[in-house]
Design a binder for this molecule. Structure first.
Ligand SMILES: O=C([C@H](O)CO)[C@H](O)[C@H](O)COP(=O)(O)O
Length: 217
């Protein structure tokens, strides 16, 4: 099992605070996420600045595409994003337009964020389009107290991995919870508030990274 990446989700509205956290945590992080809030507040300027400051990192624009997939993906990629997000409930046309934009470029990718539920017809369809990345967010809304990761969810994740998906896990994820996924080939752990809002973003990110190495090698 290869070592999962660590993604820092920057969801604060304030760009300079977000960039300061990113600067401090950068050595521990593989993926810099321009979170939905940051992108709404600052637009693609946030993506452009993020990529210019962190050219060696993967930059994800978490713009949660639901419509106008091709145009929005183009906008994010033209601004320097490496990955974009599209919601699982987007129409097939929208998802296909995003995939077309990804395939027309080099080293770009799309992550489908599962919203609420999904069917095996959908997952088969996404795979048939060549989509590999799925984000599993443990609650459909951003809440302070997240629900627990249950054995049923862990099994569901294993089944998705068996279908060939690369899984990103998120939603108030704590360092202690990483070990719950030891038997799942997680592609990426996404942590936001616990790193970005910490007084010591480097130390906070290092704790996640150290635990990922401890659990996955
Ligand atoms: O996707 C996210 C959220 O829904 C707002 O866009 C977060 O980026 C992601 O869940 C990580 O954030 P934390 O829950 O703060 O760890």
């Amino acid at each position: 099992m290869s070592r999962p990446k660590l993604q820092l989700a920057l969801d604060n509205h304030d760009l300079s605070n977000s960039l300061a956290s990113a600067q401090k945590a950068q050595s521990q992080v593989d993926v810099m996420e321009v979170g939905t809030m940051l992108a709404f507040e600052n637009g693609m300027k946030a993506v452009r600045i993020m990529k210019s400051l962190f050219p060696e990192h993967i930059v994800l624009a978490d713009i949660r595409i639901i419509k106008a997939g091709g145009k929005l993906a183009k906008l994010a990629f033209d601004s320097g994003a490496d990955w974009v997000t599209v919601m699982s409930d987007a129409s097939n046309d929208t998802i296909e337009a995003v995939v077309k934009e990804v395939k027309s470029r080099e080293n770009k990718d799309v992550q489908i964020e599962i919203n609420q539920s999904f069917t095996s017809e959908q997952t088969d369809y996404w795979r048939s389009l060549g989509i590999t990345q799925l984000i599993y967010h443990r609650s459909s809304e951003v809440v302070e107290e997240e629900v627990k990761w249950t054995p049923e969810v862990i099994l569901e994740l294993k089944n998705l991995a068996d279908k060939g998906f690369q899984l990103s896990i998120t939603g108030g994820l704590s360092v202690d919870e990483i070990k719950l996924f030891k038997d799942v080939p997680v592609y990426c752990f996404i942590a936001g508030r616990k790193i970005a809002n910490s007084p010591e973003p480097f130390q906070a990110a290092k704790q996640y990274k150290d635990e990922i190495i401890h659990v996955f090698g």
